[in-house]
Design a protein around this ligand. Structure first.
Ligand code: ACO
Length: 332
């Protein structure tokens, strides 16, 4: 069974309600038809009757709940919640109403916050920033977490590394400014994500262009400091660094360059030193190794909200909805 088939099976076992705010995109309806047919999640679509009728032509979305943000009986409850959460940032009832109806992602996050949905998925026709900003503002991080980050679950075909080609790569999507503290936090969250989505034991490599002091530079120190912090914070996680990618993945190289490390040569959870490295790294593996790249999945948020690539296919949306539903099961 592929990792996605097992995640869909998990999602079906305890169905969650996922809200899709991009009623203006036809791929949402193709995905909804499949999600409902396979019983992966309950679906709420936010849109006016005109938007839904125009874009859902040809798809059977019977069973989806359509919420019109202009006439929804819960609308006032969401406006009040928005003002309660963001009044100090200058949001008024009037501006809340405007933001919710001009950008349905705000509406979706308020539905989650008020307990009317378990998670949200967007980004088929919105940038990553515009998709996740409402979630950062309204849902915030889990207690004790300072930064939300984004990982990809990578499934590399015919691969002897990681857990038979399964990996978590992070942060590939969110934080442009990573310091040692943030990298350490990402290591802990990524280990949790690896376990949550694969059921396997995480082995976390903190990546660099240096292995165990082989090079000296502030960028290397940033990672080695992160390793110290993470080892102290998460003594039960198998974690090591700083490691070059080959030393992290390939047993013979790990043995040669970091002989005392239990992670070197066996890593399945890769923490990249910067957003550039993470974002470029996952795309290289996706394109050159023809890997499946599921994500970016956000980790560290108080409720699951996930982003889609604007080049996504309906099948990708189905996958991200399944992952969001699994996160929702485990975050309750
Ligand atoms: N974790 C938690 N909270 C955060 C984070 C974070 N990583 N980043 C920002 N916030 C909070 C801020 O504290 C702020 O809260 P407040 O309004 O209550 O004070 C709120 O979110 C908004 O913050 P801003 O700084 O105003 O938001 P910004 O415009 O910087 O957006 C964002 C944040 C969207 C994460 C931005 O850093 C970003 O665009 N990152 C890069 C995304 C990207 O383009 N990724 C690559 C493409 S993805 C792909 O290829 C699959």
């Amino acid at each position: 069974m592929s990792i996605m088939d097992s995640l869909k099976a998990k999602a079906k076992a305890d169905k969650k309600t996922i809200v899709l705010p991009e009623s203006m995109d036809k791929r949402i309806y193709a995905a909804t038809e499949q999600i409902l047919r396979e019983g992966i999640a309950n679906i709420v679509i936010i849109g006016t009757p005109e938007e839904v009728a125009e874009n859902s032509k040809g798809y059977d979305i019977t069973g989806a709940t359509i919420v019109d943000p202009f006439t929804d009986p819960n609308r006032q409850k969401y406006i009040d919640k928005f003002v309660e959460l963001r009044g100090k940032k200058g949001v008024t009832a009037e501006s809340a109403e405007k933001m919710m109806t001009e950008d349905y992602m705000y509406y979706a996050c308020l539905m989650c916050k008020c307990g009317d949905a378990d998670g949200a998925v967007s980004g088929a026709c919105h940038s990553t920033g515009n998709t996740i900003r409402p979630a950062l503002q309204l849902l915030k991080t889990k207690p004790g977490i300072s930064s939300v980050s984004g990982f990809f679950l990578m499934e590399v075909p015919n691969c002897e590394f990681g857990d038979n080609g399964l990996f978590v790569f992070a942060d590939c999507a969110v934080n442009p400014d990573l310091d040692s503290e943030k990298l350490a936090e990402i290591a802990g969250l990524s280990a949790e994500s690896f376990k949550m989505f694969t059921g396997g034991e995480p082995r976390v490599a903190m990546l660099s262009y240096s292995t165990m002091g082989s090079a000296k530079h502030d960028d290397v120190t940033k990672v080695s400091e992160a390793v110290k912090i993470a080892k102290e914070k998460f003594p039960d996680i198998a974690l090591d660094g700083e490691l070059q990618l080959d030393a992290a993945l390939v047993p013979s190289v790990g043995e040669l360059k970091a002989p005392d490390s239990k992670v070197a040569g066996h890593a399945n959870t890769l923490v990249f030193p910067s957003l550039e490295a993470g974002n470029i790294g996952y795309k290289l593996v996706q394109r050159l190794a023809k890997a499946e790249a599921y994500g970016p999945v956000l980790q560290g948020l108080s409720m699951p909200v996930n982003d889609l690539s604007r080049g996504c296919f309906a099948e990708d949306i189905v996958g991200v909805v399944a992952m969001t539903a699994v996160q929702a099961q485990l975050s309750k």
